[in-house]
Write a protein that binds this ligand. Structure first.
Ligand code: NAD
Length: 294
């Protein structure tokens, strides 16, 4: 078994981006500026946003964190988005999900200027991704592609099984693994909560990507020998012996599956840090594209 070490690769990517940012500063050029809006006080969301802002600081990006109260109205949030769309200093921004119930998530995503949509969630960017056009690939799938590429994991002609069909991970991942190119050229099966006989499908898989959010869901008996396993799941499981009161669990029974796998991502230290690195990469791309269009 070999680890797909997302922590190491994400640090490499951040170093590469930092070198580019340092060069921009030396030439007196504008450096990338990422803004993040967070609505409410969800603990996990606050942690994710804080790590995104911290990553910006580490590599020399400018960052702006906009905190809005849990009872923010949809109109107020849309007004803030309009402000960011029109602010020429900001290259890209994200709206941290999930949003409070009174706000229509789809409507919010539709209001983000696609050229600043560094999460790649706007339908225009999602459509471009599906058509192999230049776009922003959602950060988590983008990070998985980058991991597969840097470790030269062969994907062509392989059977890839994706578990979970969310708009932000499973669905785009299934499209990207089936696209022409590397990583890609896989034969893809997209599975979900209505899939029957899942084990029969996963035991046929050369590559399994789990994005469902059920700790230890993928067991060794659901995998064939030498399988490549990518674990996207992040679930906080209560653990009073831990100072934080919880531990982070992936979707994969790592101890047992890793004994069968050829390659596997750990949790933590796999897909999570890659997601942040690719958000930074998308912000750099947004900055470059905006400059080139001027
Ligand atoms: P989601 O929570 O929106 O949806 C879960 C999906 O899993 C659904 O499509 C559902 O059909 C499927 N599913 C649920 N139970 C199933 C079962 N028993 N068998 C087969 N399919 C089943 O999905 P999401 O937003 O992609 O999140 C999935 C997990 O990935 C969560 O743990 C989330 O925290 C994590 N996540 C991690 C990152 C990262 O950076 N590592 C990024 C996004 C999401």
């Amino acid at each position: 078994m070999q680890l797909l070490d997302g922590l190491k690769v994400s640090n490499d990517i951040k170093d590469e981006i930092k070198a580019q940012v340092d060069a921009m500063r030396q030439k007196g050029e504008k450096v990338p500026h990422l803004a993040a809006i967070i609505v409410g006080n969800d603990g996990a969301s606050l942690t994710y946003v804080a790590s995104k802002v911290k990553a910006c600081e580490r590599i020399g990006f400018e960052s702006t964190l906009i905190r809005m109260s849990a009872n923010t109205s949809e109109v107020e949030l849309l007004a803030k988005i309009k402000e960011l769309n029109e602010n020429d200093d900001i290259d890209g921004f994200i709206v941290q999900l999930p949003l409070p119930k009174q706000i229509d998530e789809q409507k919010v995503l539709m209001h983000i200027d696609p050229s600043k949509d560094v999460d790649g969630f706007h339908p225009e960017n999602f459509g471009k991704m599906a058509l192999d056009m230049t776009t922003f690939i959602p950060a988590t799938p983008f990070g998985i592609l980058e991991l597969l590429e840097r470790y030269e994991v062969d994907t062509a002609g392989k059977h890839t099984v994706v578990i979970g069909r969310s708009h932000i991970v499973g669905r785009p991942m299934s499209i990207l693994m089936g696209r022409k190119g590397f990583p890609g050229n896989s034969t893809v099966t997209l599975t979900h909560s209505h899939t029957k006989n899942l084990s029969q499908i996963t035991t046929q898989a050369d590559i399994i990507i789990t994005a469902l959010g059920v700790p230890n869901f993928l067991k060794a008996e659901m995998c064939k020998d030498d399988v490549v396993v990518i674990d996207v799941g992040i679930t906080r499981v209560q653990d009073d012996s831990h100072p934080k009161g919880y531990v982070i669990k992936g979707d994969v029974d790592f101890d047992n599956v890793s004994q069968k796998a050829s390659w596997i991502t750990p949790v933590p230290g796999g897909v999570g840090p890659m997601t942040i690195a690719m958000l930074l990469k998308n912000t750099l791309l947004a900055r470059d594209r905006r400059r080139n269009n001027k």
